[in-house]
Design a binder for this molecule. Structure first.
Ligand code: UD1
Length: 494
């Protein structure tokens, strides 16, 4: 049984301990199967399969009693022609999740507008925060969410919640700063290689925290009198570490300076939300951020920045399919590293007040080269989509991935659909082909999943995408948004 199948079984059962109860096994056994990639004994595999089947039928028979289980959904995408119409861009997932964690820093409510409430990651983190004592209100109709941490009732973010999403490690800094202690399971999330959190830990240690790793958990305690301001130089640029330490520093004693800090627009957005809560921060959007600790933060209302990765994804979709889209409620200024090569390849991208018009001029795009880098460089989260767009280009393009070591997992799937891609180390050459062909494919992480959707839109025939739960983590209403602009796409049950 693969780790993913086991994780799915845990999700269906409603948690690791729930699965343990269903198959008469100690929770520790399940933990060991996942964390040490120990083989699941054959008899347990059978028990797990039976238990999962039973859970599924139970819910179908008595939805009033048994909880809704995660549906085993797939996506069917058919060749769709040009995309035409309007798509409203959601608030940025990667900013929203950090704001949610920041709500732990104050006993007053944090109200977030333009919130991508429909995302699975928002729901998962809401569960983790609820577990810590935060009162969560998600208003899907108005895209508003309120997080109120009047009292922190637990300082433990358990494995069952954290494993689904790496960003939950961002409760570490706020919990330590406000509550003095935190226990957070080492994170899961997208399968993008090792992805350590050593920089988060070293930064908090520099502020006086005592940190131990035990049983798969990071156990952290603030020094007597609270965290101390410090000068922290990151050896490499990390979005998450910058955010975690910035949050912790808002309530520390004295000044914290972050050198070689990440400059992503989502960090600027997070900093602005913290300032609205009473934090003293300067240097946002540069590599040197200064945070002057304050005694207390208060509540605030903040509107989440537009999702630049969702915006860029739909830009690549137009590049691949042709046509013209109006992307509402978004910007071009935070996507310069994408827009330059898109324009070079043959697209027109124009900002019109709060909308962005994207159109492909000419029949086929020219091949261009890109390299992923920390912001303001080309976003690694757009690499898979850009590569998919290049599969049908005129000539060839080269992509180098410098952020994550394991981020070409979409390549074998694209090749199964007829793409011509050669990987050498952390670079790939994409030679344009005339056409892709539909196939049954598997999505392995969030951005690879959406790359499969884009490929399906131009592939001859039908493409079936498995494991679309990755997609639901990060793309709000993707089926509805794409259908509205002419795509032939639907969810189907197993
Ligand atoms: C965030 C984004 C993710 C994006 C990534 C890079 C969220 C929820 N996720 O992830 O979508 O792809 O930025 O833009 O915002 N590293 C270490 N030690 C650490 C931390 C990071 O070695 O303690 C390494 C990572 O393995 C990686 C690089 O630093 O190679 C960048 O990672 P980082 O910027 O931290 O990414 P995340 O914050 O996890």
């Amino acid at each position: 049984m693969s780790i993913t199948a086991l994780e799915k079984a845990i999700e269906i059962a409603g948690g690791q301990s729930a699965l343990g109860r269903l198959i008469d096994r100690d929770q520790k056994a399940i933990w060991a199967w996942i964390n040490t990639t120990q083989k699941v004994p054959a008899e347990d595999v059978l028990k797990i399969e039976e238990a999962v089947d039973k859970q599924v039928t139970r819910h179908e028979l008595r939805p009033d009693i048994y909880p809704k289980i995660a549906p085993l959904e797939k996506m069917r995408v058919r060749k769709s022609g040009e995309l035409k119409g309007t798509i409203k861009i959601s608030g940025a997932k990667n900013a929203a999740l950090k704001h949610m964690c920041a709500s732990l820093l104050t006993d007053a409510p944090l109200i977030l507008k333009n919130m991508p409430v429909g995302l699975q990651d928002v729901k998962t983190l809401s569960q983790a925060l609820t577990h810590l004592g935060v009162k969560v209100d998600l208003d899907k109709d108005n895209n508003v969410a309120t997080f109120h941490a009047a009292e922190i009732t637990s300082h433990i973010a358990p494995y069952d919640l954290v494993r689904k999403m790496r960003a939950s490690v961002l409760v570490l800094g706020p919990l330590l700063a406000r509550h003095g202690k935190a226990e957070v399971s080492l994170p899961g999330g997208c399968a993008l290689g090792a992805r350590p959190i050593d920089l988060h830990i070293k930064g908090l240690e520099a502020m006086g925290a005592i940190i131990e790793l035990e049983g798969g958990y990071v156990k952290a305690t603030a020094p007597e009198g609270g965290l101390q301001g410090a000068e922290i130089t990151f050896p490499l640029v990390s979005v998450g570490a910058t955010e975690n330490i910035m949050m912790a520093a808002t309530l520390a004693n004295g000044v914290t300076t972050l050198l070689n800090a990440a400059q992503e627009p989502e960090i600027v957005d997070q900093g602005n939300a913290l300032i609205a809560m009473g934090a003293k921060i300067s240097g946002l959007g540069t590599s040197q951020i200064k945070i002057e600790g304050v005694k207390k933060l208060h509540g605030a209302t903040h509107s989440v920045i537009a999702d630049r990765i969702e915006t860029g994804t739909y830009m690549c979709a137009v590049g691949l399919c042709g046509g013209e889209l109006r992307l509402q409620n978004t910007r071009t200024d935070f996507l310069k590293a994408l827009i330059t090569p898109l324009t070079e390849a043959g697209m027109d991208i124009i900002q019109e007040e709060d909308d962005v018009i994207v159109r492909r001029n000419g029949a086929t795009l020219k091949g261009v080269d890109i390299m992923t880098e920390a912001y303001p460089g080309f976003a690694t989260d757009l690499q898979a989509q850009f590569m998919t767009m290049l599969t049908l280009c005129d000539g060839a393009g080269m992509i180098s991935e410098t952020i994550f070591e394991n981020r070409f997992m979409h390549v074998p799937e694209l090749c199964r659909m007829g793409a011509d891609i050669t990987i050498r180390g952390n670079s790939g050459i994409i030679r344009g082909v005339k056409t892709l062909k539909g196939a049954e494919v598997m999505a392995t992480d969030l951005r690879a999943s959406v790359a499969m959707v884009l490929a399906g839109l131009v592939a001859e025939g039908e493409t079936i995408i498995n494991r679309i739960y990755h997609l639901d983590r990060g793309y709000e209403n993707i089926v509805e948004k794409l259908t509205a602009v002419g795509a032939d796409i639907e969810r189907i049950r197993d």
